[in-house]
Design a protein around this ligand. Structure first.
Ligand SMILES: [Zn+2]
Length: 51
């Protein structure tokens, strides 16, 4: 996935479970831009875990 700020390729940090409320949680892919170090999230169906 490309960085939303500068369009550079991002590095995959891992997937975390993100709590939306008392009963709902989604999995999000944590990514960091290799150029500007912007941290951003992308919703995913992958299982939580760090690489
Ligand atoms: Zn960037």
């Amino acid at each position: 996935m490309k960085c939303p700020r500068c369009g550079e390729d991002s590095v995959d940090y891992g997937v975390i479970s993100f709590q939306l409320g008392k009963t709902r949680a989604i999995n999000v892919d944590v990514r960091v831009c290799s150029k500007c170090n912007l941290v951003f999230f992308e919703r995913t169906e992958k299982k939580p875990g760090f690489r």
